[in-house]
Design a protein around this ligand. Structure first.
Ligand code: SF4
Length: 624
């Protein structure tokens, strides 16, 4: 009897309307543990290189970890992964909320879905049983209606539903998967893959109690963690104002992405800051399973033009920036309204904001005109133009249909030099962090298998003063966020593995090491108390590295190489103003850093993990 996990992976073949259960042993679980690592394993095993991401041959994985659902703050996350239709490479996205723990309570640790249903369906997974049910009456419905109708049809208000909206059904390439209208597997277009399979939702409900190797120790660590969350400054800030607090912080240091990543300072920042948020649209705090941080925000506004419904999650930092400063929009109710429409329709707000910023800059440059927009102006700062385009993208209408392919493909379609304003890495639009002021993050974006990915990347600014939590890794001095020197490369390589732990073990970044309340030593104790494994920081870091290398191998099989490991043109140009005026990423320094990273990681000159590295990570099955 395993502790912490069920030992069962559910496999569903939608083409054949069949399902079966795989029961891997402890060695498998200890090697791949969960999340992005577990998902990478199945994508590498089951996918043939060159598979069309929107074909029935693609495989969609929902993966919890051996820890998901343990009663510790932040231990609630799960991964959705598939070959990404946005990048044609490895795609993954993580979400919190309650869906992951509830899946564990049904008796499964993950769901691997292949094939395509002949007509719209949803999965109903409950206490070890699975039903593939007709979704004809909810296809075309928004996330709120679809989730409610499923709960009503199944007669249980406590059912947790992960669903796609109309954007996923239309296969918008950056459609998301969401649970409870405020938790999102946002990136990489996982909603489009779900839509391509005619799969509207996964509804889960379980009564199985998780068992732990040392339940008293789990309780003790949970109490310690929650006490520390109450006093640890980054967690105190998150509890108080959520991620909206970052808007002002990043603007003050000159790296709040503004006007399609041209500037790092936004003159309208005060109107979209945490203060404004909490004075005007804030309704209540929200949270995820067992989490005492409660960083989530709900918003409401009784306004004719921009009504806000309290059932939806409010905009997080990434949305405040991508639907706000990136578009030069300082109208907070309009930003929150845009966020709510994205949630209803199932759009990733990061990519949505980026494609609109691209369109606005193309309009400013005369590449797009009112002939392309049906007579509308598309100027930076125009909140109503943003809301109109969100709707057009979700419904794939007019210009929205072109933008629904993401900035890379949209620029290929539009031509006329528009590619100069299409900012993406490996085809994925960028989260709201400017690499000119966080050079390690720039490295992370360039080297990530998913393109710009702020979840798995160390944020340099967090270590410019305090490095207390990083000392067990041998990082003993603060790093300079602006430099790309040997210290930065060494720090980045270690920090990247430390961050990657979260995606493998299903832990929220805001509760974990290195920035937040958890410590490495207590994390090791938590893994031991939950699973009963006699583990170590060494083994945990190896899991993270293994996951990263598997994703890397996946991309190499798909034709990726060193030439995709780059950042956007704009970050090689000098910051035009603000505290970082003149700051840029020097292309030669950056290339040297990438080459050194390959060497110290055991990757060859094309960025491909060597056979030695594969053997080091128990991945000899990937040696060609
Ligand atoms: S810190 Fe916030 S996002 Fe993370 S688990 Fe807690 S409530 Fe969820």
């Amino acid at each position: 009897m395993p502790f912490g996990y069920n030992g069962k992976i559910l496999h569903v073949d939608l083409s054949r309307s069949q399902w079966e259960v795989e029961e891997p042993g402890e060695v498998f679980y200890r090697t791949y543990v969960g999340g992005s690592s577990l998902a990478s394993y199945y994508l590498l095993k089951m996918l043939t290189p060159g598979t069309d991401p929107l074909s029935e041959e693609n495989v969609l994985v929902f993966a919890c970890s051996v820890l998901t659902g343990a009663p510790l703050s932040g231990f609630s996350r799960f991964t959705v992964a598939a070959k990404s239709p946005l990048t044609n490479g490895f795609g993954e996205a993580e979400a919190g909320g309650y869906w992951g723990p509830e899946l564990k309570f049904t008796g499964f640790d993950g769901v691997v879905i292949k094939g395509r249903a002949p007509k719209p369906v949803y999965l109903w997974i409950h206490d070890g049983e699975v039903e593939i049910r007709d979704a004809g009456n909810i296809w075309g419905k928004d996330n709120w209606v679809a989730q409610e109708q499923i709960r009503t049809a199944l007669g249980d208000k406590k059912i947790r539903v992960a669903s796609i909206g109309p954007a996923g059904e239309q296969m918008v390439l950056f459609a998301n998967v969401q649970n409870e209208l405020e938790h999102f597997n946002g990136r990489s277009g996982m909603g489009a893959v779900m839509g391509s399979k005619n799969l509207k939702a996964l509804a889960v409900r379980g009564t199985r109690k998780m068992t732990f190797s040392d339940p008293e120790k789990v309780k003790e660590i949970s109490r310690w963690h929650n006490r520390r969350i109450k006093t640890h400054p980054p967690n105190v800030g998150l509890s108080k104002v959520g991620t909206s607090g970052l808007v002002k912080v990043l603007n003050d240091i000159g790296i709040l992405p503004t006007r399609n990543f041209r500037d790092g300072v936004f003159e309208g920042v005060d109107k979209i800051s945490a203060d404004a948020y909490h004075k005007t649209i804030f309704h209540a705090r929200g949270t995820c399973y067992a989490c005492s941080v409660k960083c989530k925000r709900r918003v409401s506004l009784d306004d004719e033009q921009y009504p806000l419904d309290k059932r939806f999650g409010g905009p997080e930092y990434e949305t405040l920036a991508t639907l706000g400063s990136l578009l030069k929009i300082d109208n907070l109710p309009a930003i929150a309204r845009g966020n709510q429409i994205c949630n209803l329709m199932g759009l990733d707000t990061i990519s949505t904001g980026c494609v609109i910023a691209f369109a606005m800059e193309c309009f400013e440059e005369g590449i797009l005109t009112t002939r392309d927009t049906g007579g509308r102006s598309l100027n930076f700062g125009d909140a109503d133009a943003m809301l109109w385009l969100v709707g057009e993208i979700a419904c794939t209408k007019g210009l929205g249909r072109i933008l629904s392919k993401g900035v890379k493909q949209a620029a290929e379609h539009i031509g006329k030099g528009s590619e100069n304003f299409a900012f993406h890495i490996k085809g994925s639009e960028l989260p709201a962090h400017d690499g000119r002021g966080k050079t390690g993050m720039g490295l992370g974006y360039a080297l990530s298998a998913t393109g710009g990915d702020h979840i798995e990347t160390p944020h340099d600014t967090a270590f410019s003063k305090s490095i207390v939590n990083l000392r067990p890794l041998g990082i003993l001095e603060p790093v300079n966020p602006l430099l790309i020197d040997y210290d930065k490369i060494r720090y980045f390589a270690l920090g990247q593995k430390a961050w990657g732990i979260n995606n493998c073990y299903g832990i929220c970044n805001f509760c974990s090491v290195p920035i937040h309340a958890m410590t490495f030593s207590r994390l090791v104790e938590a893994v031991e108390a939950i699973t009963g494994w006699d583990t170590s920081l060494f083994e945990i870091m190896k899991v993270s590295e293994r996951s990263n290398v598997m994703a890397r191998v996946f991309n190499h099989r798909e034709g990726f190489g060193a030439k995709q490991d780059r950042v956007i043109r704009r970050w090689h140009e000098k910051m035009p103003g603000g505290p970082l005026k003149g700051q840029r990423i020097d292309p030669e320094e950056f290339q040297t850093a990438i080459d050194l990273y390959y060497e110290l990681s055991g990757w060859d000159k094309d960025g491909k993990p060597t056979n030695g590295k594969l053997v080091d990570l128990n991945l000899e099955w990937l040696i060609e």
